[in-house]
Design a protein around this ligand. Structure first.
Ligand SMILES: CSC[C@H]1O[C@H](OP(=O)(O)O)[C@H](O)[C@@H]1O
Ligand SMILES: Nc1ncnc2[nH]cnc12
Length: 299
C-alpha cells in the first residue's frame, strides 16, 4: 500500500491538490467503511502526501455525513502523522474579515450527530484535548503563509477558537450572537470530531481556516449564503493550496515532534493484550510508532 507522511483534508472548494506527482488513487479499507472519497497519494516536493476531499469530489456529503472515523483511520493506515485541514469558515469577529485566514488554536464542539471516538466496546482511552492543535504544524502553516504572495491583502490571524456546528443549515442570528458571546473567533461545520479523532490517532493536526463571510451577526453585512461563501473561498483556493504545499515541504524537512504523536501513551487505559480481534483492528494502526513511519517514508 502507498505510504504518506503528511495528509491534507481539502474542504469546500478544495477537491484536489495541484502539484501532486506520481498520483495513486487509493481506496483504503477501514473498520468504519469507505473514506469520503478515494485518497490521492503522491509526492509533493519529494514528500509523500495523501490528499482527501472531505465532502468528496463533486461535494456530495453534508458535514454530518462525512465519515470522520473512516477518513482519519484511512489516513493513519497510510502512515500520516501530520494533517492539514483546509476549511471555509464564517467570521465571528469584526477584525477577521472575509478573505482573511486564521489558524485556530482551540475548538468548541457543538455537534451532536457524529461518532466522535475510535474507542468503546471494551477498549478505553481518554486523550488530552487541552491543546487540540499541534503548535508545530500551526507554525509551519504560518511560515508558509508568510512565504506566499497574495493578489489582494489577506491577513493571517494566529489563534482563536473554531466553533463547530452540526449544520448543514447556517446559524440563526440568535445563535450567532450566542457563539460570539462565548468568545469564538470563527464558525464551521466540519473540524469536530475530526480534530478529536486525529488526536486519538496520534496525528498532529492543524487547520488553515479561510473566512468567507460574517455569518449573520454583523449589523451592516449580509447574512451568509452558500453561494457567497463558495465564491469567496474560490478567491483564496489557489493561495491555500500554495500555503499547504509549502507547509508540507517544511513538515517533510523538519519532521517536528508533536504532543499528538504520543497521545495514547498516557491516554490508553485498557491493556492491548486484553483487546478482542475486532478492537485490535481499530486500535493497532493508531499505535504504530512515529519512528517506523519516518524511516519508511524517508526521502
Ligand atoms: C459551503 S460553505 C459551508 C461548508 O464549508 C465548510 O466546510 P469545510 O470545513 O469542509 O470547508 C463548512 O464547515 C461547511 O461544511
Ligand atoms: N457562516 C458559516 N457557518 C458555518 N460554516 C461556514 N462555512 C463558511 N461560512 C460558514
Amino acid at each position: 500500500m502507498a505510504r504518506a507522511l503528511v495528509g491534507v483534508i481539502g474542504g469546500s472548494g478544495l477537491y484536489e491538490m495541484p502539484g501532486l506527482t506520481d498520483v495513486q488513487e487509493v481506496q483504503v479499507e477501514t473498520p468504519f467503511g469507505p473514506t469520503s472519497d478515494p485518497i490521492l497519494c503522491g509526492k509533493l516536493q519529494g514528500i509523500p502526501v495523501a490528499f482527501l476531499s472531505r465532502h468528496g469530489r463533486g461535494h456530495r456529503l453534508i458535514p454530518s455525513e462525512v465519515p470522520y472515523r473512516a477518513n482519519i483511520h484511512g489516513l493513519r493506515q497510510l502512515g500520516v502523522r501530520y494533517l492539514l485541514s483546509l476549511s471555509a469558515v464564517g467570521s465571528l469577529q469584526e477584525k477577521v474579515r472575509p478573505l482573511d485566514m486564521l489558524i485556530p488554536d482551540q475548538f468548541i464542539d457543538m455537534t451532536h450527530k457524529r461518532e466522535g471516538t475510535f474507542f468503546g466496546g471494551g477498549a478505553v482511552a481518554h486523550v488530552s484535548m487541552a491543546d487540540p492543535v499541534c503548535s508545530a504544524v500551526a507554525d509551519c502553516l504560518a511560515r508558509a503563509f508568510a512565504s506566499t504572495q497574495a493578489e489582494q491583502p489577506v491577513q493571517l490571524h494566529r489563534g482563536g477558537s473554531y466553533l463547530c456546528i452540526e449544520g448543514p443549515q447556517f446559524s440563526t442570528r440568535a445563535e450567532s450572537h450566542w457563539y460570539r458571546s462565548m468568545g469564538a473567533s470563527v464558525i464551521g461545520m466540519t473540524n469536530m470530531p475530526e480534530a478529536k479523532l486525529a488526536r486519538e490517532a496520534q496525528i498532529a493536526y492543524a487547520t488553515l481556516a479561510m473566512a468567507t463571510d460574517y455569518d449573520c451577526w454583523h449589523p451592516r453585512e449580509q447574512a451568509v449564503t452558500a453561494e457567497v461563501a463558495i465564491a469567496n473561498l474560490q478567491q483564496n483556493a489557489a493561495r491555500a493550496q500554495l500555503i499547504a504545499a509549502e507547509a508540507i515541504r517544511l513538515l517533510g524537512m523538519e519532521k517536528p515532534d508533536s504532543i499528538a504523536h504520543t497521545a495514547l501513551t498516557s491516554g490508553l487505559v485498557t491493556p492491548v493484550e486484553t483487546m478482542s480481534q475486532g478492537q485490535l483492528a481499530v486500535i493497532k494502526p493508531l499505535l504504530e510508532p512515529t519512528q517506523s513511519v519516518l524511516e519508511e517514508v524517508e526521502h
